[in-house]
Design a protein around this ligand. Structure first.
Ligand code: X8Z
Ligand code: ZN
Length: 603
């Protein structure tokens, strides 16, 4: 959108709204004009902010931070102001698409800013600063195995994935958590300022604003989450009990309790959020599928770009167009040697059209292979809805955006690996419990983590968790939902939630919980379209144009319709529902029940 067109639209809106001087009565026509001019203005502002954010995330220096913060503040404060202004059309009979765009305008402020410019600037500076501090985080141990080295986040993530030495794991676990206490006070101030912005918009607090974005009353949405969690909890509890028993065998009774929470540093992941890296310790006897994707990638010397090419090729096999050349020119695929970057993976849509990018410090392993598919899911979604009006350029709800690439990754089956030439023949189906165990360590283990981050944040925003209790409340929720515990004493001098990217970067997290439910619904719907009659975990939609068309039909809707309609387009039903994930893992659930007999479950 050129500046000239944008100016003309803004002028048109002003004339329509103001008529012949004084405040004219809002009309459907002026509402439409308002939506158009607001969209054009915000599109421009966000595009500049995105470019500056890209620079800030891929080149963390003082100036990129200042510029990014400035442009983000400009976009957010204008968005907040327009959201407030949109209220003037409340109660007016409007065409459905205009009403929906106004609603999205009011609810989609990523970070509501206070009207006072000084406070608004302070808020933007805090968030940019926290993300940069996280991105620059490193740990230089002064004793132990890694003495004398300075470890970056990716180094520590790799150590936790590969090491079986509890002292080394504990050392990097606590080492990474030194990155966040310096911005604990900033976080408290951020909560105050963001809440002030949300209240000025008419919400109780920022959490209430976040819960309002799901085409249903916010309290009903919170109840939906509880319902979904209750559906999947028995499966999680069975997996937890089995893994605990196996970890006791490995590390001993003095390290892992028989019936209490599992120490957080032993699960192969910095945040204990997914446990696939402990698969070798918990692999079912006689049911190991017998291949290791990490080893295959290493042996074939697949580099970062090569891994992304495999991801792209999956989407093109479904009928999607290849990614544009600019994607390959402008993305960041590996950690640069000479500068700080935010390594947490993300997919970018700079101009709402074709300037798509991936930012990721790729390592040649199975976990990153999956994450690449996750990220490309975002990019292909972004491109599919590019023809929609600006306010509809988004996913049906935020869980949908997170679910698409994961859905594709569920199709990385042994049969698919044979198609790639990675395996000579598909694995023996009698060993499928091993395959399902691998998947469950990734997907089922994640469920309570996906839920608890925002359970914590919502309470912080509402004040139910006070600034003095941030860490204690965090560990209470970690224990309640995940059944894990800190391996060493923690106190309010720590700020462990801040050591998870999405907290300092202020990215809502419930979306990932939803995605872990939705992706199995999507997979079921697409496998059906692909004519797969095998068990769900053996279905791959690779090369199925029918599945591709069904997926694209949902993606190109963007945010133009309430999410139940988008879900219906792919799964034939309008409710988020855990039966798909439960069906997928049903054989594993029976197997776990047998293994857990005579063993304590729960914590
Ligand atoms: O943050 C992500 C993606 C980017 S949207 C890499 N994920 C969550 C996380 O890493 O904590 C994907 C799974 C959950
Ligand atoms: Zn994502």
């Amino acid at each position: 959108m050129s500046r000239a067109i944008f100016a003309a639209l803004a002028c048109f809106a002003l004339l329509a709204a103001c008529g012949g001087g004084g405040e004219a009565q809002p009309t459907p026509e002026s509402a439409k004009a308002f939506v158009e001019s607001a969209s054009a203005e915000l599109e421009e502002l966000y595009m500049d902010a995105e470019r500056a954010s890209w620079l800030q995330a891929t080149y963390i220096v003082y100036d990129s931070q200042v510029l990014s913060s400035k442009l983000l503040e400009k976009a957010y404060s204008r968005h907040t102001a327009l959201a407030k202004e949109a209220v003037k059309f409340d109660g007016l009979e409007l065409p459905e698409d205009v009403a929906r765009q106004l609603k999205i305008l009011k609810l989609s402020v990523p970070m509501p800013t206070p009207a006072d410019p000084a406070l608004s600037k302070e808020l933007a500076d805090i968030v940019t600063g926290m993300e940069a501090a996280y991105g620059k985080g490193e740990y230089c141990p002064d004793s132990g195995k890694n003495k004398g080295k300075c470890l970056a986040d990716t180094d520590m993530i790799r150590i936790l994935a590969e090491s079986r030495d509890p002292d080394e794991m504990l050392d990097v676990w606590q080492g990474w958590r030194r990155v966040s206490p310096p911005f604990r006070n900033d976080y408290n101030r951020f909560v105050e300022l963001s809440n002030q912005g949300a209240r000025e918009l008419g919400f109780k607090d920022t959490g209430a604003l976040w819960r309002s974005g799901y085409d249903m009353p916010p309290d009903e949405f919170a109840a939906e989450l509880d319902r979904l969690w209750e559906q999947v909890k028995p499966l999680y509890v069975s997996l937890h009990a089995y893994v605990r028993t196996q970890l006791r065998k490995k590390y001993g009774d003095s390290v892992v309790p028989a019936d209490g929470p599992i120490p957080a540093h032993l699960l192969g992941n910095m945040w204990s959020q997914s446990w696939e890296n402990v698969y070798p310790l918990v692999a079912p006897a006689n049911a190991d599928p017998g291949y290791d994707l990490t080893k295959i990638l290493e042996k074939r010397k697949v580099d970062a770009r090569g891994m992304v090419r495999y991801g792209e090729a999956f989407f093109t096999s479904l009928g999607f167009k290849p990614l544009p050349d600019t994607f390959w020119e402008r993305s960041l695929f590996t950690r640069p040697r000479d500068r700080d970057v935010v390594c947490h993976a993300s997919a970018w849509d700079i101009d709402g059209l074709d300037d798509l990018r991936l930012k990721m410090c790729i390592e040649a392993n199975a976990e990153d292979f999956t994450t690449i598919h996750h990220e490309l899911g975002h990019n292909f979604y972004q491109r599919a809805y590019k023809e929609q009006p600006w306010l509809f350029k988004g996913s049906a709800n935020d869980g949908f955006h997170e679910a698409v690439g994961d859905t594709i990754a569920l199709s990385i089956t042994p049969e698919y690996l044979v198609r790639l030439g990675f395996l000579d023949k598909p694995t023996d189906p009698s060993k499928d419990v091993g395959l399902l165990m691998q998947r469950a360590l990734e997907k089922v283990a994640f469920l309570p983590f996906g839920l608890l981050i925002d359970q914590w944040r919502w309470k912080v925003f509402s004040g139910e968790i006070s600034p003095e209790q941030l860490n204690a409340a965090w560990w209470e929720l970690r224990e309640k939902y995940q059944g894990i515990a800190a391996p060493i004493a923690r106190s309010e001098a720590d700020f462990d939630p801040g050591a998870k990217y999405h907290v300092p970067a202020n990215v809502p997290y419930t979306r990932y919980f939803l995605a872990h439910i939705l992706q199995f619904q999507f997979h079921r719907g697409l496998a059906q379209a692909a004519g797969c009659d095998k068990p769900l975990h053996r279905c791959s939609i690779y090369e199925s144009e029918a599945a591709g068309q069904k997926l694209n039909a949902m993606l190109e809707m963007g945010q133009s319709r309430p999410w139940p309609e988008a879900l219906e387009a792919i799964d034939g039903r309008r409710e988020m529902d855990a039966t798909a994930i439960l069906d997928y893992f049903a054989p594993l659930q029976s197997w776990l029940d047998e293994q857990n007999q005579g063993q304590p479950t729960g914590w």
